[in-house]
Design a protein around this ligand. Structure first.
Ligand SMILES: CC(C)(COP(=O)(O)OP(=O)(O)OC[C@H]1O[C@@H](n2cnc3c(N)ncnc32)[C@H](O)[C@@H]1OP(=O)(O)O)[C@@H](O)C(=O)NCCC(=O)NCCS
Length: 172
């Protein structure tokens, strides 16, 4: 079955919340249980968000949002793939949509990833994303620990300017 990447519409939201809940269970993404919500999924706006559709099923999601810190930079948000649909290139196809969007707008693209999401880190590095730095989140996970967050830059970013993403809110 060919997986189609298309823009997200409101009718996708119930299926996406189910997929997000499954991802939280398996991967602690999102880290905080109360972020398995429509509000968290939609944070950052509606303009640039895509889903992966496999037949009738919505199996993955990605969004691109402006950053508060830098008007010339965008960041990847809310990338996840239903556990049963992984290892088939779905996330790669979603990342291609996000990377293409930023390239067309001539904006630099960044992302933050929590250190325990090792599959995601592997995927980004395989696709040529560049590690910039890591920091400790100011917010705490349910176990009381403050997660380690890695900041990556898209392979398309021509100038390595520093984006001071805060770690102040659990938005990864
Ligand atoms: C990280 C995540 C999005 C990856 O999703 P995915 O759809 O499995 O990713 P892909 O299939 O594109 O890539 C994963 C593997 O499949 C391989 N693959 C890619 N295309 C493929 C294809 N057409 N057929 C088979 N395998 C393929 C990739 O090479 C990669 O293999 P590798 O790990 O041996 O290098 C998913 O694990 C996830 O949702 N994790 C939890 C949420 C999360 O951490 N999100 C990141 C937040 S910053």
């Amino acid at each position: 079955m060919v997986v189609e990447i298309r823009q997200r519409v409101d009718a996708d939201l119930p299926a996406l919340i189910v997929a997000l809940a499954a991802t939280h269970e398996v991967d602690r993404y999102p880290v905080l249980p109360n972020h398995v919500s429509q509000e968290w999924l939609l944070e950052g706006g509606d303009d640039a968000a895509w889903v992966a559709q496999d037949g009738e099923l919505v199996v993955g999601h990605i969004a691109v949002a402006e950053t508060d810190e830098d008007p010339d930079s965008l960041s990847v948000h809310r990338l996840f793939v239903l556990p049963d649909a992984r290892g088939r290139g779905v996330a790669s196809a979603l990342l291609t949509a996000a990377e293409t969007y930023a390239r067309v707008l001539k904006q630099d693209l960044f992302l933050e990833v929590v250190s325990h999401n090792t599959d995601a880190i592997h995927l980004y590095e395989t696709r040529g994303w560049r590690w910039i730095r890591q920091y400790t989140a100011t917010w705490a996970a349910p176990d009381g620990r403050h997660p380690n967050i890695h900041l990556y830059a898209s392979p398309d970013n021509d100038a390595m300017h520093f984006l001071d993403l805060g770690a102040g809110k659990p938005t990864e």
